[in-house]
Ligand binder design. Sequence first.
Ligand code: S3P
Length: 447
Amino acid sequence: MSGHATPVPMTARRGGPLSGTAEVPGDKSISHRALILGALSVGETRITGLLEGQDVLDTAKAMQAFGAGVERLGPGEWRVHGVGVGGFAEPDRVIDCGNSGTGVRLIMGAMATTPITATFTGDASLVKRPMGRVTEPLSLFGARAWGRQGGRLPMTVVGAAEPVPVRYALPVASAQVKSAVLLAGLNAPGETVVIEREPTRDHSERMLRGFGAALRIEETPEGRAIVLAGQPELVAQSVAVPRDPSSAAFPVCAALIVEGSDILVPGVSQNPTRNGLYTTLVEMGAAIDFLNPREEGGEPVADLRVRASALRGIEVPPERAASMIDEFPVLSAVAAFAEGTTVMRGVRELRVKESDRIDAMARGLEACGVRVEEAEDMLVVHGLGPGGVPGGATARTRLDHRIAMSFLVLGLAAQAPVGIDDGAPIATSFPSFEELMRGLGAGIARG
Ligand code: S3P
């Protein structure tokens, strides 16, 4: 995605109850990792349920540029011919990761311990985001990186010819940084150790084990240490990607605030490193039933039945932030319909996502008549109760898919329609959003 696509204005308006079944697409985090680990393993990896959003398609293209065979067999069904750990070829063109921080950071890690050079870029959002958080630990392996001021893309990474293993304590709670270090550690001799004080999503650890890497977890005084034995032979796998809890958040939150709604969202990952939003919504009084809990593709999943609910504002425990980091935008939209105040602390990382999500939500909510307070690492939303949000404004989405979808959800229960200036970024993570929401009865339209 270049970020120069024609803007797609959209509007959401209040209507009847939402009903039916919402089959949300595959998990974005797991989809990126399946392609990358497939490319680093020996043999043919088969993936089903792959998210075919632009972010993941950009990663698929990047894996081809590094020499892997990547082929689409059917909807969500892909085949990857891996080149093995250390087998990446030097790409003969710039790697454009579009809008995807996960894509670029994980791929930088995956190539950093192979003696090749690659240049990375992205869209107008991605080139503003910090890459130093990844290139700093990668330099400990012996890789070198040159980018723009402040460690921004475009950036060239020269992989280490003789990588050394690394012990690295994460300075920020970031699964992207953790994963970049682990992927780099794959081609370093000896043990690479990443230590995290707060748990972040653990898909890389789960999947590395699934592909045959020796990985163990140790509790240390500094936090949870992930110890990876370098230079394993990764063996191709079949990966069934579960549905994305971050995408499911949009129909779930819409059903909670649109009066009389009752929907089913099947097969949603309930990985404890990802389900903070659901815990929070239940604490706010949401009627969500977690039906048929089971395991799919190595992840715990459940079918969610969601009914419209009277919600109350709460204080979200800051230690829960990492497990719902992508869900704060939609939570703040829902919080506008709660009775009382919702306080979100410890959310500084939201400032460096696809947009500054604290600022984007605060400005859009204010324009819709909702009172908010913000600080560097905090967002407070003063709820107006069911039906209490005036709406009647257009929010700027700033190339951020989750901001776009959050304001469309808000508009489904606001008194006056809510517009967004550009819905095109929704295709990065949830290409079927519009169709799926309309199928539930939501009044979402172009223009
Ligand atoms: C992701 C990690 C999170 C999240 C992003 C996906 C991942 O970012 O915001 O959407 O797949 O590892 P950080 O790890 O930087 O917090």
